[in-house]
Write a protein that binds this ligand. Sequence first.
Ligand SMILES: NC(=O)c1ccc[n+]([C@@H]2O[C@H](COP(=O)([O-])OP(=O)(O)OC[C@H]3O[C@@H](n4cnc5c(N)ncnc54)[C@H](OP(=O)(O)O)[C@@H]3O)[C@@H](O)[C@H]2O)c1
Length: 256
Amino acid sequence: MTLTVGVLGVGHLMAHVVPGLMRAGSPPKVLLSARNKERSAALAERFDLEICAENEDLIRRSDVVIVAVRPFDVEETITGLPWRAEQIVLSFAGTVSRSTFEPHVNGADVVLAMPVITAEFGESPTSIWPANAGVQALMASCGPVIAFETESQFKAASGSGAYFGWVQALIMEMTDWLSAKGVPEDQARAVIAGMTRAGAVSASKRSDTPLPALINDLCLPGSLTGQGLDILKDADAFSPWRAAAESIFERHIGNS
Ligand SMILES: NC(=O)c1ccc[n+]([C@@H]2O[C@H](COP(=O)([O-])OP(=O)(O)OC[C@H]3O[C@@H](n4cnc5c(N)ncnc54)[C@H](OP(=O)(O)O)[C@@H]3O)[C@@H](O)[C@H]2O)c1
């Protein structure tokens, strides 16, 4: 039987996640909330989806309800709706804890998840907690799903949604540098983004090799990689990345 997935909050994130869900071999039936009419209408037209005029109707008809409103809108959005114990509430609202949902959802299972917008291309690493087979199957068409054992692990990992943005800032910096050397900007961007992806593929696909060994393999004596890495280390270039990650972590823990 086809799963029915309701989406409460059709904003920037869901404009990219809904296309990811529709990549599945047997996509779910998706019901969209009506509040952001332009976005809902564009998705509805592109994928032949239904828009529910009322959130009550969406909740009544859904097996899984994705909550993708801004964190400060969650409680008002979910209160007073006809939730059922056999439903799954799948929250994408980053810092909002399960304990915020539980008093309002009549015993429905609450699962927290952190996808990113590359879900559209099937390339979102989606952290979830707790593990849930239904959610893992649903989100698989958006990219790899990583289930954590504890909420604190999930919260620490979900800060990586910010890292996704920082990496793009690094790509911008290196693209600027390369195009300043006379390489056309589109080609500079393709090369730098491609190398960033290649580094990520190596780190994830060669998971049986420790990261220091992967790096050492590239830093043979006299290598250009080693020369540049020495300059980065001498400038303590990685410490600010840790500091930025630490500040995100503190914010997650502070909200729990
Ligand atoms: N953007 C990302 O890349 C990303 C990644 C991971 C997680 N997240 C999380 O995902 C959530 C959504 O982020 P976003 O960037 O997509 O925000 P967004 O663009 O502001 O989208 C949220 C949408 O929810 C709508 N909304 C608010 N209350 C509603 C209600 N009661 N019923 C139906 N719709 C309602 C808003 O409408 P109005 O504008 O009219 O209020 C808006 O269209 C946030 O909690 C964010 O932290 C975002």
